[in-house]
Design a protein around this ligand. Structure first.
Ligand code: AMP
Ligand code: MG
Length: 316
């Protein structure tokens, strides 16, 4: 079967690191190559998403599970055989191929294989897993038509028109534990349907190893070391000999034991890409605590500051 020219074009753009809106059976997605952190950063920028909500990664071939996760859980094959392609997202431990910006710094990644054939042809032709949230501006209605996307996201690189989305509500999200599965977000596929394959088992709160709904929590990506944001209620310390600095542009770094600069040119997208890795490095260094400079709260800078505040929350 030969693919339509618009699918070939959209796939080409994804390979080039561009952001493409595409139809899925739930709603239109705003997709980028999930292995390319700069392309993924552009999703947050276009959506003006105020929080680093982890993105769901879309695949067209079950064998991708072996590349982008470290799971060899046989239950994934069972679930896939029954519910994929379709609106079920499974949370699995991520492999190093998936950049932190996709998962908001979590060690797990949400994966699904969409039922919409145009979506699958696009992903297969692009040759990469595709990270995609809904193709709307934050706080606005989810798009179920290409024209909705065009209205809200005029700057998107391309919109692949696939007519009306069939389902129109979000995928069901589940995680697996030793005893069974747990539902993280209710969707089209019901608990009862999944229970025909795997027992339902909600882990007691104290045994949960993953944050369930990262975007919902005030404290989300919390480093072990205290993190303070320089601002009206916190001034940088005079003695910086045991202090790590998370610097916006690297302007005022004197005296700090260790400095991580987010973007020397002040590019906010680069800040978003570097944020998690920079905090990780400061965590691993032998500083006692971390101070962070604020970045401008515009565009993707809103998401960066939201993330930083979540990291700092416990210490305010
Ligand atoms: P959507 O808004 O449909 O793109 O779905 C994104 C939602 O999926 C997030 O807000 C999370 O609730 C959930 N999600 C994605 N990845 C993960 C993960 N690794 N762990 C837990 N929840 C996740
Ligand atoms: Mg959404």
């Amino acid at each position: 079967m030969s693919l339509s020219p618009d699918i070939l074009h959209a796939a080409h753009l994804l390979r080039e690191g561009k952001v493409v809106a595409f139809p899925t059976e739930t709603v239109y997605g705003l997709g980028a190559n999930a292995l390319d952190p700069m392309a993924v950063a552009r999703i947050f920028e276009l959506k003006e998403r105020p929080s680093f909500d982890p993105l769901i990664v879309h695949i067209a071939d079950i064998r991708e599970i072996g590349r982008i996760t470290t799971s060899n859980d046989h239950r994934v094959q069972q679930l896939a055989a029954r519910f994929w392609p379709g609106p079920l997202t499974i949370i699995l431990p991520k492999s190093d191929l998936i950049p932190d910006i996709v998962t908001s710094g979590l060690s797990t990644v949400g994966i699904r294989m969409p039922a919409n054939p145009i979506a699958r042809e696009l992903i297969r032709e692009a040759g990469c897993p595709v990270a995609a949230p809904s193709a709307n501006k934050f706080g606005q209605l989810s798009p179920t038509l290409a024209s909705h996307v065009a209205k809200q996201l005029p700057d998107v690189d391309y919109i692949l028109d696939g007519g009306q989305s069939a389902v129109g509500i979000e995928s069901t999200i589940i995680s697996l534990n030793d005893q069974g599965f747990e539902i993280l977000r209710h969707g089209v596929i019901t608990k009862e349907e999944i229970e025909q394959l795997i027992p339902y088992y909600a882990l007691p709160v104290e045994e949960k190893t993953n944050i369930v709904s990262p975007g919902m929590l005030k404290s989300h990506y919390s480093p072990e070391k205290p993190l303070y944001i320089i601002g009206s209620d916190y001034t940088a310390p005079a003695d910086r000999s045991r202090v790590g600095l998370l610097s916006y542009r690297g302007d005022d770094i004197s005296g700090y034991a260790q400095v991580e600069t987010l973007s020397s040119t002040g590019d906010l997208k680069t800040c978003a890409v570097n944020l998690f890795a920079a905090i990780h490095r400061l965590e691993e260094s032998d500083v006692d605590f971390i101070v962070a400079e604020p970045v401008p709260e515009q565009g993707i800078g809103i998401a960066v500051m939201d993330k930083l505040r979540k990291a700092a929350y416990r210490y305010l």
